[in-house]
Structures are given as structure tokens and as C-alpha cells.
Write a protein that binds this ligand. Sequence first.
Ligand code: SAM
Length: 235
Amino acid sequence: MDPLKEWLSGQNGGLVLDVATGRGYSASLLAESLKSYKSILGIDISRENLCQSKKASKDNRVLLLGMRAEAMGFANNTFDTVTVINSLHHFQYAKESLEEMKRVLKPNGNFIIFEMVQDGLNEKQKSHRDAHHWWGAVDRLNGVFHRETFRNDELRKMVDMLGLSKVKFINFNEETEIDNKEVIETMEKTIDLYIEKIPINIDRQPLIDEGRKLKERFHEVGFAWATILITIGTK
Ligand SMILES: C[S@@+](CC[C@H](N)C(=O)[O-])C[C@H]1O[C@@H](n2cnc3c(N)ncnc32)[C@H](O)[C@@H]1O
């Protein structure tokens, strides 16, 4: 089982803040996995993603707000649990955002980061990483901040600098059916979608070729989800 879900199933979340909640995946994961919670407040800078999330959720204890991770409008020590799931490498100010998360977390509250890493991967996982980095390059050309994923040591260093207590790092390799046909088809569709997104005012061909090579790689080498570094600590 996903070690984050397993850990959440034993936790009373209280007031939960999900930073960069996106289209609803992480808020529903929290709602479904936590033993109990009072409310889950999801913040994000994308109005479009928040609208999608609102449509997806039927739970009236899941609330959404437009706000930047690096400059939150909450008082110190407000939340019992703060989470950032699949998002840290999307932040222009990752370090500042983590500091904000700590600021708004109550003493003894739980601090959770769930983030894929770029190192220590097998060849199939590198297919995921390389595709992810290629999507990031296309996003950046469209003015969307999306850096390459962090290395294990970079993430651990940022966490160390926060000075949390009882920190646990877990490297999680999702047991995908390696070379799962459906996963590969979805990834290929995402590559095609991103090829459409390559701006027309640049020489598009090198990026298109790279996208096509990635699709070939999925078949030749295979595909598996990259390792996730899960961080669980308290303030
Ligand atoms: C890959 S999505 C992840 C969403 C969600 N947590 C999930 O697991 O599905 C990354 C999200 O980060 C958001 N984001 C990027 N920069 C942000 C910032 N500075 N403050 C808040 N949200 C931000 C984006 O709008 C996007 O919704």
C-alpha cells in the first residue's frame, strides 16, 4: 500500500491545509485516507484548476481558495496538518513556500511532502522522469514555472533547513504493472497534447523530435512511475 495513505489512515487531520491542491486529486486523497478531519482547505494559484477541483468534490468539508504558496494570508499556527503533494517542483519559490507551510502549522502539527525525485531510478522509471522534464520544458516555453524534478539530496536539504522534528523520509516506488499498456497509452496521449502546446514562434522541430523519441522509449525500454520521496515531520 502507498505508505502515505497508510500513515494518513491512522491520523486525525483536524484543520488540514493542502498547498497547490490543483484539480482535486490530492484533496480527495486526503479526504479518503485520513482517519478523520474537520476540514481540508486547498489553495492554488490556478483559478482554472480550482474550478476543476470544485466540480470534482462533493464533500462540503473540502474548501478552496486562490492563494500563492509563498505568501499565504493565514495567521501563524493555524493548521493541524499541512501537505504539499506532487507540487514542489512547480513552485518558483520552493524554499519560501515550505517556510510558509511551517509558519501556518500549529506546534506539534504534521508536515507532509510527497514529491517525485530524479535520481536513483531504474531505466523504466527514467522514462517517466524524462517525459516529465520534457513537459516542464514545454510549460516553461509557455510561461508556466515548472522546473526539473528535485534530487533526493536537494529535497532532504530543504527539509533539514526547516528544522522540523521527528522527520521520516520514505522512498516509495509505486508498484505499477511495469509496461502497463494503458499507462503507456495515457503517457503517449499526454506527449501528443504537449506537442500541440509547443509555441509556434520558435523552432518547434527539436522538441517535437524529443517528444517522439520519448514515445519510442516507452515501448523499447518500458515505463514505470518515478520514485516518490515522502517526508513526514512535525513542527
Ligand atoms: C501537478 S499540480 C499538483 C496538484 C495536486 N496537489 C495533485 O496532487 O494533483 C501542481 C499545482 O501547483 C500549482 N502551483 C504552482 N505554483 C504555485 C504557487 N506558487 N502557489 C500555489 N500553487 C501553485 C499549480 O497551479 C498546480 O495546480
